[in-house]
Design a protein around this ligand. Sequence first.
Ligand code: NAD
Length: 355
Amino acid sequence: MKYVLIGCGRVAPSHVKAALANGLSVAALCDLDPEKARALARRFDITPAVYTDYREMLRAEKPDFAAIATVSGTHAEIAVDCANAGVNFLVEKPLAMSVEDADRVLSAAETNGVTGGVCHQNRFNEAVQALKNAVDHGRFGRLSHGAVCVRWHRGPDYYAQDAWRGKWATDGGTLMNQCIHGIDLLLWLMGGDAETVYGATRNLQHPTIEGEDVGTAVLTFASGAVATVEGSVNLPADFEETLCLFGENGAVRLGGMCVNEVVDWYFTDGEAADADRRAVREQVGSVYGNGHTSLYLDFLNALAEHRAPYVTLEAGKRAVEIVLAIYKSQKTGLPVTLPLTGFGSADMADVSVKR
Ligand SMILES: NC(=O)c1ccc[n+]([C@@H]2O[C@H](COP(=O)([O-])OP(=O)(O)OC[C@H]3O[C@@H](n4cnc5c(N)ncnc54)[C@H](O)[C@@H]3O)[C@@H](O)[C@H]2O)c1
């Protein structure tokens, strides 16, 4: 299995670590800035080929598997190019910056018969896996409501690192960048049949960026259940990423910095193993968590077993669709009915969310 990585910035070490932990060797690294690729290679004491043009790399290396960890606004184009080159790909979140671009990726993967997956690695957290298991075993009874809260700090220094951060076309705001993992979890755990989205977004503390630094939304689901989303980088320090799920027979709150801990775990049908679930506290080195290694393992198994990966392109598209529906709702002042069509983050260019 020949593996390459496109994009050698902040998240890239999580990819190389996951690749090496799963027995892959890194055949090539690509970044517009070759020194970033070389520095990454030195950090892991590996000797890949280094490219600055990913298309040239795909032609020369003919990899089986490419990971895409570039600027968000480039994901869809690079994923389509990988698919057209017959290369299986794992793309960082968000899958795309518009619903149409997400569809282009899905269709390129299908047409070329390649497998694509999206890095929503928090699904593999021990606490999240325990919650998914409880949902799948019907322990909640009828679901009532869910909530995701991402309450972090990103100061001016974070946005000043790179010109793409916080821009509508290349990044979006905090819902598209930081909160999209929580939105993916909410959809996955609540059945994915979201029907309507009503959102309000603001930029209150970050005058140098275009996107929102706080966003809130109400989602309704075909099942009758409802959910709330709150994402913000306006806290004075990283505070929490929390996910709550409530049903007629169960109430669970996951917390920690990236839904890596069980905070509350209550079910009317109390099982002996619930004591262990209540004690789950996964240690994480950063808000990225530990999930990339499990995500890679699943992706490699998916390729070997000719099955879909755990986090599909379709799931990546659904999470993007919800963020974009919140944006559209802010733009129009109205609730948005799904499915969303004809809207992308760049359509916010004529909207100021600054107050
Ligand atoms: N899954 C997670 O938890 C997680 C965490 C952090 C970042 N991310 C995502 O990963 C992506 C990268 O984030 P980052 O913080 O590492 O950004 P970054 O700016 O540190 O790194 C991006 C790198 O991509 C390179 N690049 C851009 N266009 C390229 C191209 N066409 N060809 C080759 N290289 C190109 C840039 O030169 C840069 O080095 C973003 O989409 C972000 O949302 C995901």
